[in-house]
Design a binder for this molecule. Structure first.
Ligand code: ADP
Ligand code: MG
Length: 252
């Protein structure tokens, strides 16, 4: 990864909620075309990191640079206009609308700037996106009638409709069974194959070890480790945070 270009640079990022230092001076890079995993215990600041980068929250301090441009504190719309798009832990679908209409709305709200600059191969219209996320047979189904795994796929489809250049997925495997998680892992990898950079938060260490090129570990709002997944899972600081559980066993 030596030669790769960082599309996103976070420097000294802080987000304080009153006395809670959710992010307390985080530095990190996201490289073009990678799948970056963010792990850490509950409350370590992972979701807050995505929210600040996606413009949902303004940072207390520090900076966010996107392809050389200082975008610190810009609005969510402004971030989305640059192709920085996050998914939510709860799928943000209109329940009474069909899969097709939900993805269609996401595509209609795609920022013009993104539409003009970057058409990625075959994912320009709702039908292609629905097929890509594996929901063709449910296209006419209302979101409310979808099972949990399919609803999660719809959430990904809605995010893709916004035409991300950086897709940030927050706990996409939460609540999924092993088969659904394996399908989701393949979907994330295929998104990256389309040229979209992916940052993913998840507690499923097996999935994270398998799909991530790199891991960043947060604890109490600070980065305590980063690097190759196989190195990170053996890092004493990381093992201590996880009490040696899951991590060492995962992906063996
Ligand atoms: P994670 O996603 O790693 O579980 P979060 O980023 O959600 O962690 O939370 C980090 C810390 O910030 C937690 O202590 C959480 O309670 C706090 N926090 C997150 N969002 C808010 C908010 N909107 N208001 C107040 N505190 C918050
Ligand atoms: Mg979270």
């Amino acid at each position: 990864m030596e030669e790769r270009e960082a599309i996103l640079e976070v420097r000294g990022l802080r987000k304080w909620f009153g006395g809670v230092h959710a992010l307390d001076g985080v530095d990190l890079e996201i490289y073009d075309g990678e799948i970056l995993g963010i792990i850490g215990p509950n409350g370590s600041g992972k979701t807050t990191l995505f929210n600040v980068v996606a413009g949902v929250h303004k940072p207390t301090g520090g900076s966010v640079t996107w392809m050389g441009e200082d975008i610190t504190g810009k609005s969510a719309e402004s971030m989305a206009g640059r192709g920085i798009i996050r998914t939510f832990q709860q799928a943000m679908a209109f329940e009474d609308l069909t899969v097709r209409d939900n993805v269609g709305i996401a595509c209609q709200h795609r920022p013009r700037s993104v539409l003009a600059d970057q058409e990625y191969e075959g994912l320009a219209n709702p039908e292609e996106i629905i097929e890509f996320v594996g929901l063709s047979e449910f296209a006419d189904e209302k979101a409310t009638n979808l099972g949990f795994g399919n609803l999660r796929r719809l959430g990904v489809g809605i995010a893709i409709g916004g035409h991300p250049q950086l897709l940030m997925a927050d706990e996409p495997a939460a609540g999924l069974n092993d088969n659904e998680t394996a399908d989701l892992s393949r979907l994330i990898e295929s998104i990256r194959e389309r040229g979209v950079t992916v940052a993913v938060i998840d507690h499923d260490m097996n999935m994270m070890m398998n799909i991530c090129d790199r891991l960043v570990v947060l604890d109490f709002g600070q980065k305590i480790a980063e690097g190759d997944p196989s190195e990170v899972r053996n890092d004493p600081k990381v093992l201590e945070v996880y009490l040696g559980e899951d991590l060492a066993a995962a992906a063996d």
